[in-house]
Design a protein around this ligand. Structure first.
Ligand SMILES: *Cc1c(COP(=O)(O)O)cnc(C)c1O
Length: 396
């Protein structure tokens, strides 16, 4: 039997991602192990997904019990895990209703369809959505249009019309882009994929105020910032600004594929038949989502994210004073980017692997750190030591 997994991948799997040379076989908490038994601290968390840690026992128990009980019925019927997850999300957020789907892209598709229905009913057929440059909203055709990064769009023309992009953080530019055709503004509270960009003070408040004035919907794409990542259960709480519509996915299921969009009652413009999903809201993923969300709330993982984020921020600041090659370390909670003055990102990531630390090559000159929200102070310190050695080996 061929167990050269990298060879098998190159023969059978579509080449759409340059993988790191690590075959992961097992995880527990912040740690993962590769096929050779080497241990790593995982500061990628499956793209900010494993918020409650790898192989979390509460989530694993919920999944295995649900798998032996009921997986899928379709949304023609009521199922209990779906309603339990709906209740815990609504009761712990500023939003009133939820719909479950299977990914972040699908959550945004649903939110954008909801906005168009709202535009048809409340704003004379307005349909346009204004989003930010350097945003990331997903890989489906509509999300490619919504995403304000030309390189995601150029290869897939023609892409769906109805989107405008403005600089993130520039309120006057945003106001200038809005017309009678505009129905919604869609933003990530912190741009994640686009470089971990924190909005300037007051920006999101100003956007909220403008949306209220103009009767526009404010959609927050919290696919990456939701479920504790920024140090609050939802990212919007960190800024004191409530959206009308919010999308979730990555951290929602503890590792299983689930997405959601939530809305205030006034924004719930759908009627029966307007939207649907075969697998969305099935009993298995919702049981996992409920167990994960409950674990995050009961164990105050948001609070731990805030505290450990503070510790990481201090660690990164001392690395920055040691290495002139670090231009900036920016982030919130447990979502951080280390930006270098030159394109040493890939070398730093490779050296981190050798040291036993998994990181994400965000840009040629930047590395992203996003550990599980269960990470301990000791693990943060260990990761900072490994990052220190990894940068030292490149920067000297
Ligand atoms: C990852 C991400 C998406 C897309 O989610 P998928 O589950 O990969 O479709 C959308 N928005 C943001 C902010 C993301 O980080």
């Amino acid at each position: 039997m061929n167990t050269d997994w990298k060879d098998i991948e190159s023969r059978y799997y579509m080449f759409v991602v340059r993988r790191q040379p690590v075959v992961i076989v097992k995880g527990e908490g912040t740690k993962v192990w590769d096929v050779d038994g080497k241990e790593y601290l995982d500061f990628t968390s499956g793209w900010a997904v494993n918020n409650a840690g790898h192989a979390n026992a509460a989530i694993a128990d919920a999944i295995s019990e649900q798998a032996r009980t009921l997986l899928q019925t379709s949304n023609q019927f009521y199922t209990i895990p779906q309603l339990q997850l709906a209740e815990i999300l609504v009761e712990n957020s500023a939003l009133d209703k939820v719909f479950f789907c299977n990914s972040g892209a699908e959550a945004n598709e649903g939110a954008m369809k909801l906005a168009r229905r709202y535009g048809a009913r409340e704003r004379n057929g307005a349909y346009e959505i204004v989003t930010a440059l350097n945003s990331f909203h997903g890989r489906t055709m509509a999300n490619v249009s919504a995403t304000g990064q030309p390189h995601y769009q150029e290869l897939f023309q023609p892409i769906p019309p109805g989107y405008k992009h403005v600089s993130f953080g520039e309120i006057e530019e945003l106001k200038g882009a809005v017309t009678d055709r505009t129905v919604a503004i869609m933003l990530e509270p912190v741009q994640a994929e686009g470089g971990v960009n924190i909005p300037p003070d007051g920006y999101l408040e100003n956007v909220r105020e403008f949306c209220d004035q103009e009767g526009l919907l404010l959609i927050f794409d919290e696919v990456q910032t939701g479920l504790g990542r920024l140090g609050t259960l939802f990212g919007y709480e960190s800024f004191g600004v409530e959206p009308d519509v919010m999308t979730l996915a990555k951290g929602l299921g503890g590792g299983v594929p689930i997405g959601a969009f939530m809305a205030k009652d006034e924004a719930c413009a759908f009627e029966p038949g307007d939207h649907g999903s075969t697998f969305g809201g099935n009993a298995l993923t919702c049981a996992a989502g409920y167990a994960s969300t409950k674990y995050i709330i009961d164990n105050d993982l948001s609070g731990n994210a805030a505290a450990m984020g503070e510790r990481m921020s201090e660690g990164l600041a001392s690395l920055q004073s040691k290495y002139g090659q670090i231009e900036e370390a920016r982030g919130m909670g447990l979502l951080w980017a280390v930006v270098f003055e030159s394109d040493i990102g890939p070398d730093v990531v490779a050296n981190c692997n050798a040291e036993g630390l998994l990181t994400n090559p965000l840009r040629p000159n930047a590395v992203r750190l996003m550990p599980p929200l269960t990470v301990s102070a000791e693990e943060i310190d260990q990761a900072m030591e490994r990052l220190d050695s990894a940068i030292g080996a490149v920067a000297g």
